[in-house]
Design a protein around this ligand. Structure first.
Ligand code: FAD
Length: 303
């Protein structure tokens, strides 16, 4: 209730005030900020994935502009020698306005990333987008088998079936690649798990299915019990390093992150940046008021 109230009134605060709350989660406004932060992480044996902030656009001119920004980002990241890949939100390219135009923009981005032998991860937005994003992924994966992956959300009841529905695209030579996360949006009870224990149980079922079937997986979580359970599954299936990595959000649980790296696992940090940081932060807090307590906790308990 308190979180909901704070989330509702935050948009009326000055941007400078919100920046105090948000700066530990956003690597910066400019591409230079993103490069600087990434090189620091790379120096500490951590890979990155870049995300230019912005989603749910209102017109297709914005989609074109977003594509150009990503094409430039890919060049800049490679000129800077950053060890990283790219995450994109289909709603930033007009998924809900014209899915064919969205596909063409994303294809251009994947093509560019492929020219550097790099990789693009398709973000999972809220449930009206799930089927569209799976279809988009399938189309791209068929053309660029090594260069594209998808996010799946453990809180959706459909997720294990979705993963199974894509298994025909998995092979030892070119495995499927998923990022498994809990899911950040507020979804209806009819289609989603709500309880912490249920979400975690489903997360581990999805993860086990992937590891057992030699699907590459980005284990995206800051939840210690899930990370410990993931270690056990990795041991149980003797999963080689090239088939999994851990992933975390920039600025979140850095001590736990360091612990994972020190155990010798691959770690990738999600680096959101860009001019649209204000809208992004406000939306995150409104979509999930739990974010407010994470942010308040992070301010008082850095580490
Ligand atoms: C790399 C990456 C990519 C993602 N991509 C997507 C996506 O495409 N679609 C989507 O719906 N969601 C995405 N998410 C968000 C994800 O779904 C969760 O909402 C988020 O990761 C929090 O869940 P958790 O597994 O850390 O568990 P939780 O149970 O939420 O958190 C466990 C503990 O981690 C800490 N923590 C978690 N989040 C924060 C925070 N923001 N600030 C401070 N502390 C925190 C807290 O101590 C908390 O108790 C992504 C997350 C990551 C790490």
């Amino acid at each position: 209730m308190f979180n909901k109230l704070i989330a509702a009134i935050l948009p009326y605060f000055p941007e400078k005030f919100i920046w105090i709350f948000s700066r530990s989660y956003i690597s910066g406004v400019s591409i230079e900020d993103a490069m600087r932060v990434s090189k620091n992480l790379n120096a500490n044996k951590i890979k990155v994935t870049f995300d230019i902030l912005g989603e749910f656009i209102k017109n297709l001119d914005e989609a074109e502009a977003n594509k150009q920004e990503y094409l430039n980002l890919i060049d800049v990241a490679f000129k800077n020698g950053v060890d990283g890949n790219f995450s994109i939100k289909p709603t930033s390219f007009g998924l809900l306005i014209d899915k064919e135009i969205c596909y063409r923009h994303i294809r251009d981005i994947v093509l560019k990333a492929a020219s550097y032998k790099s990789f693009v991860r398709i973000h999972m937005d809220d449930s009206p987008c799930t089927t569209l994003e799976i279809e988009l992924f399938r189309r791209l994966k068929e053309e660029f088998p090594k260069n594209v992956g998808l996010v799946v959300q453990a809180y959706l009841k459909r997720t294990l079936d979705d993963i199974k529905s894509l298994i025909d695209l998995n092979s030892e030579a070119v495995p499927l690649s998923f990022r498994i996360c809990k899911g950040i949006y507020t979804e209806p009870e009819a289609i989603s798990f709500k309880k912490y224990e249920e979400i975690n149980q489903h997360y581990l079922e999805d993860l086990e299915f992937m590891l057992k079937n030699k699907i590459h997986v980005g284990i995206a979580t800051h939840d210690k019990p899930l990370i410990d359970a993931a270690y056990k599954l990795i041991g149980k299936y003797d999963v080689p390093k090239h088939l999994y990595e851990f992933q975390m959000l920039y600025g979140v649980t850095p001590k736990l992150r360091e612990d994972i790296v020190n155990k010798g696992h691959i770690m990738r940090v999600y680096i959101p940046f860009g001019k649209k940081w204000f809208g992004y932060c406000i939306r995150r807090m409104k979509e999930n008021p739990k974010m407010v307590s994470h942010i308040i906790k992070a301010i008082f308990y850095k580490g």
